[in-house]
Design a protein around this ligand. Structure first.
Ligand SMILES: CC(C)(COP(=O)(O)OP(=O)(O)OC[C@H]1O[C@@H](n2cnc3c(N)ncnc32)[C@H](O)[C@@H]1OP(=O)(O)O)[C@@H](O)C(=O)NCCC(=O)NCCS
Length: 160
């Protein structure tokens, strides 16, 4: 397995969209499809980082996956500067079904890479939210194992 971490525009291009969309479907079947335009907008955000796990033994059909292999795991991290310092926000955590479990250890490596990024960028905290649905149970166990602690606050959201 190969791992890549960095600013999203340095790591991903349009060739990766089929893989990214597969992953988003596994994360949530009602995810919107990411197209080239969305990817371009995304890449304008200098503070958006992505960490990928790629299977170098699965190169996909010609023109579909890159030489580095199919993307089989990802974590997105946005860093934000507040008055009190730099904070990271983790989103879109997913490992392809076939690659889940301790045999591969992909999520452990992805989250360790997120720690390395956060330390490198001087982040004080990294936050994330994880739903209460039963299909998120494995994710909750993963986050607790990696030192994420439930917060005593209620997340709010306004829709536009
Ligand atoms: C959350 C997620 C990234 C964790 O990756 P993972 O590879 O399953 O992580 P782990 O190796 O720690 O396995 C987690 C648990 O699921 C079990 N598991 C789930 N699917 C498995 C599979 N196909 N093979 C083996 N074990 C599996 C593991 O045994 C483990 O159990 P444990 O916590 O009792 O030890 C992954 O399950 C996933 O992509 N889930 C769907 C998307 C999601 O929920 N994302 C989080 C959004 S907040």
């Amino acid at each position: 397995m190969n791992y890549f971490a960095g600013r999203i525009n340095n790591i991903i291009d349009a060739h990766d969209l089929p893989d990214i969309n597969c992953m988003l479907q596994e994360l949530s079947p009602d995810s919107a499809v990411v197209d080239k335009k969305t990817l371009c907008r995304f890449c304008e955000h200098a503070n958006t980082y992505i960490i990928l796990a790629c299977d170098e033994e699965d190169l996909g059909e010609k023109g579909f996956a890159k030489e580095r292999g199919r993307i089989v795991g990802m974590v997105l991290v946005n860093f934000l500067r507040k008055w009190t310092g730099v904070y990271g926000f983790i989103d879109d955590v997913v490992v392809r079904k076939k690659y889940r479990g301790k045999k591969y250890g992909i999520i452990d490596k992805l989250l360790s890479e997120a720690d390395t990024l956060a330390l490198h960028l001087g982040a004080r905290y990294v936050d994330l939210t994880c739903g209460r649905k039963p299909e998120r149970d494995a994710a909750h166990r993963v986050y607790l194992r990696h030192g994420y602690v439930p917060r005593d606050s209620i997340p709010y959201r306004k829709k536009y």
